[in-house]
Design a protein around this ligand. Structure first.
Ligand code: FDA
Length: 497
């Protein structure tokens, strides 16, 4: 409520925000968890909470009047459509050189992501978070995160026989014939539920193509893991459709936080002020960076240091498809949950997921999202003329990522006698190099903050999300974001409260 005073306020309800809220509440601290997206707990007119990937509607996009689908074309035809402007679930946020996809709602990115829950290889950890003790991470915090998130691997026997992973078995065969290491990718999807879907015993989610705009069943998003535990503490107030706009020191100590309450059209219906002893920035890499850069520029938080906004990367994301021979079908029924990967990180700087193309028809296509060791880092800065935060990522910086992905797919194409698809991202365009699903950095651990996420210059302010990670995790990032948050909040509770 307006004028309230709280011990702790958390901005954003994704992985970092949920870890902070749960552990603070368990330590006896009352928490206000503020989220600008919707609660996603009420069915729409069709009886479902979330829209299907093949039939996007207003629920699908954050304040857009036209969809911006990551795969923009099919067989050369553009597939975007007009929709009503609404506080929908997926934000396709445009910066000058890149579109950054992010989840919006209570649960953050967990609502829209593929649930691929990958712990990086330990030998790569030093390059990801060089100042963090890896023995503690691999001994304590990665296991804690994996357990709390409900991470599990597919039953390998079922994988070999089920129709819905034919596309992944084709991907494995092609990878292995070219000599690339194949790995199973764990996920937070409920694998027992997926088997039931395949048996026709329960309503379908993964086998109905649900993913980008939310899963109605089966996926263990934060709505099914951390958030029920947060509610059970009785100490956390969750405020959906509330956007934090400023944080500034309060005269009597602590911080005054300004919130705008939004309606589902995105208009501000009320402005409120809350005073908090401690504020945790968990608005995601982009959300936290934008807030901090703007607050430093406006003078609200003048002592934030010069590292704020720096060290941002795209986790090297690049997508592509391959056209298979007619005797090599990938299946008309494809689970929307990927479970197979090609690990060429050590030799070629690329970790490629064998991804589905859940169109419902046979496409004879293999589709991949590659995570690559892209060396470029961008910076957020305040543009006073335009009155907004900008990001200086350049489209051409994906070149290295494409070359690393080609280290896998050129070889597979040569071996199989196949070619790249050119119809998925435009006409005669091979590479999906215009986007990222994995924004990381902007308030890097040990630079903008100390080694536990305490912001330099303003005691009582913390960063606890993907903004801490300097641009790349070598694999999909949410397990690392969660594990790092678990590590940091444990230290903060033990020493600061
Ligand atoms: P996260 O983005 O989850 O949460 C931040 C929250 O803060 C959001 O809910 C946002 O609305 C809110 N917020 C922002 N600004 C605010 C403000 N000013 N006031 C109030 N609230 C505010 N990763 C992975 O490991 N495996 C995978 O399979 C995938 N797949 C995938 C697919 C797609 C389509 C996307 C978009 C992303 C993925 N990811 C992924 C990435 C993963 O989802 C992402 O890395 C994490 O969600 C990031 O967690 P954070 O806690 O940093 O922020």
């Amino acid at each position: 409520a307006d004028g309230a005073q709280v011990p702790a306020l958390v901005i954003g309800s994704g992985y970092g925000g949920c870890v902070a809220a749960l552990r603070l509440a368990e330590a006896g601290v009352d928490v206000q968890l503020v989220e600008m997206g919707m609660a996603w707990d009420t069915p729409g007119a069709d009886g479902e909470i979330f829209a299907n990937t093949t039939d996007p509607d207003q629920r699908s996009y954050w304040l857009r009047t036209r969809t911006k689908q990551p795969i923009s074309n099919f067989l050369g035809f553009p597939i975007d459509r007009d929709i009503a402007r609404y506080t929908g679930i997926l934000d396709a946020e445009d910066f000058s050189g890149i579109t950054v996809y992010q989840g919006r709602g209570v649960g953050g990115g967990s609502l829209v992501n593929g649930g691929m829950a990958v712990t990086p290889r330990r030998e790569n950890f030093g390059a990801i978070l060089p100042t963090v003790n890896s023995a503690e991470m691999y001994g304590t915090y990665y296991p804690r995160a994996n357990t709390a998130l409900g991470v599990a691997a597919i039953d390998p026997d079922w994988f070999e026989t089920t129709e819905c992973y034919q596309y992944a078995r084709v991907g494995r065969r092609h990878a292995q014939r070219s000599g690339f290491p194949f790995v199973f990718v764990p996920d937070v999807y409920d694998w027992a539920y997926m088997k039931q879907e395949a048996a026709g015993a329960v309503p379908k989610s993964a086998l109905a193509g649900e993913i980008l705009y939310g899963n109605n069943h089966g996926k263990k998003s934060l709505q099914k893991t951390y958030l029920p535990r947060i509610r059970a503490t009785g100490k956390v107030t969750v405020s959906p459709l509330h956007k934090v706009t400023t944080v500034r020191p309060a005269s009597g100590g602590g911080y005054t936080v300004t919130l705008e309450q939004l309606d589902t059209g995105g208009a501000t219906t009320a402005t409120k002020e809350v005073t908090a002893d401690r504020v945790f920035f968990a608005a995601g890499s982009v959300g936290t960076s934008k807030l901090l850069v703007a607050l430093r520029a406006s003078g609200a938080l003048p002592r934030l240091n010069e590292e704020i906004g720096k060290g941002w990367g795209d986790n090297g994301n690049v997508m592509c498809g391959r056209a298979n021979h007619l005797w090599d079908p990938t299946g008309s029924l494809q689970s929307s949950i990927p479970t197979a990967g090609i690990d060429n990180w050590a030799a070629g700087g690329a970790f490629a997921e064998v991804a589905p193309l859940p169109t419902g028809i046979e496409t004879f296509a293999s589709f991949y999202l590659s995570i690559t060791r892209n060396p470029h880092r961008a910076e957020f800065s305040w543009n006073s003329g335009a009155g907004r935060v900008e990001l200086n990522w350049q489209t051409a910086w994906k070149r290295e990522s494409i070359d690393m992905a080609k280290s896998i797919f050129d070889k597979i194409n040569a071996k199989e006698g196949t070619i790249y698809r050119t119809d998925l991202f435009g006409t005669y365009k091979i590479w999906g190099d215009h986007l990222t699903y994995h924004p990381l950095g902007g308030a890097v651990l040990g630079k903008a903050t100390d080694n536990y996420g305490r912001l330099h210059g303003h005691p009582g302010l913390y960063v606890i999300d993907g903004a801490l990670i300097p641009g790349n995790t070598s694999v999909n990032p949410f397990v690392t974001i969660t594990a790092l948050a678990e590590r940091n909040i444990e230290k903060i509770i033990a020493t600061d409260l």
